[in-house]
Design a protein around this ligand. Structure first.
Ligand SMILES: [Zn+2]
Length: 220
């Protein structure tokens, strides 16, 4: 075999060895580009509601549906707990325990013992908030008025947990109120700026949105 033929054969064998490696490397680089292009993390967590104490199931279920539609966020309803703690702090602790790892924020709709009349509370770490049913039914409202009060209070509790504060717009569910009458006159859902802030904060926390809701603002 001449030196030339030997050299050509050597080059052929080098190419045989290297060409597949080059293709594999190119394919790997393309995969990396396509992975790098989609850096949005998948939302894996959800808000949750738990009814604690003698709370009508219908009331908690409606509050869940209302929040899921009007805040455009997925909300789980956890199994109800019939026995309520003796105050709102105890109830908040029950809610945190019920929530588990996939529910970073839990809203308790609760009926505490008589004499506990604060409208609600939020834990300092933002893990749980309590909506107190007792003062909401103190004036014996009809079923629809009570249900609407719980809608607003649930939305307020969720906003509070996601660091969306009170709102100066009286048409917004996050407006301040002092009396039940003022609460009844407030809007039943959030104004656009509050909704925007809520959904931005929810996305940062990887909370799963309800993309089928008309109130979902983050469509591309
Ligand atoms: Zn607002």
């Amino acid at each position: 075999m001449s030196a030339f033929v030997q050299k050509v054969n050597h080059m052929k064998s080098v190419l045989k060895c290297w060409l597949p490696a080059v293709f594999v490397a190119a394919a790997a680089a393309l995969t990396m580009v396509s992975v790098a292009a989609d850096t949005t993390p998948t939302p894996t967590k959800r808000l949750a509601i738990v009814a604690i104490g003698d709370v009508p199931a219908k009331l908690a279920d409606h509050a869940r549906e209302w929040a899921e539609q009007n805040l455009a966020i997925k909300v789980d309803l956890l199994p109800a707990e019939k026995t309520s703690g003796k105050n709102l702090d105890d109830i908040a602790a029950q809610a945190v325990k019920a929530g588990g790892a996939n529910h970073p924020h839990v809203i308790a709709i609760a009926l505490p013992p008589e004499g506990v009349n604060n409208h609600g509370m939020r834990t300092a770490d933002g893990r749980a908030a309590v909506v107190n049913l007792r003062p909401m039914q103190a004036d014996k409202p009809d079923e629809e008025t009570l249900s609407r009060r719980i809608e607003r209070q649930t939305i307020r509790a969720m906003a509070l947990l996601l660091d969306v504060g009170t709102c100066p717009n009286p048409q917004c569910a996050l407006s301040r109120y002092s009396t039940l009458q003022e609460l009844d006159q407030a809007g039943r859902n959030c104004c656009p700026p509050c909704l925007q802030k809520f959904q931005e904060n929810a996305a940062k926390e990887l909370l799963e949105p309800n993309k089928t809701s008309h109130f979902y603002l983050r469509r591309k």
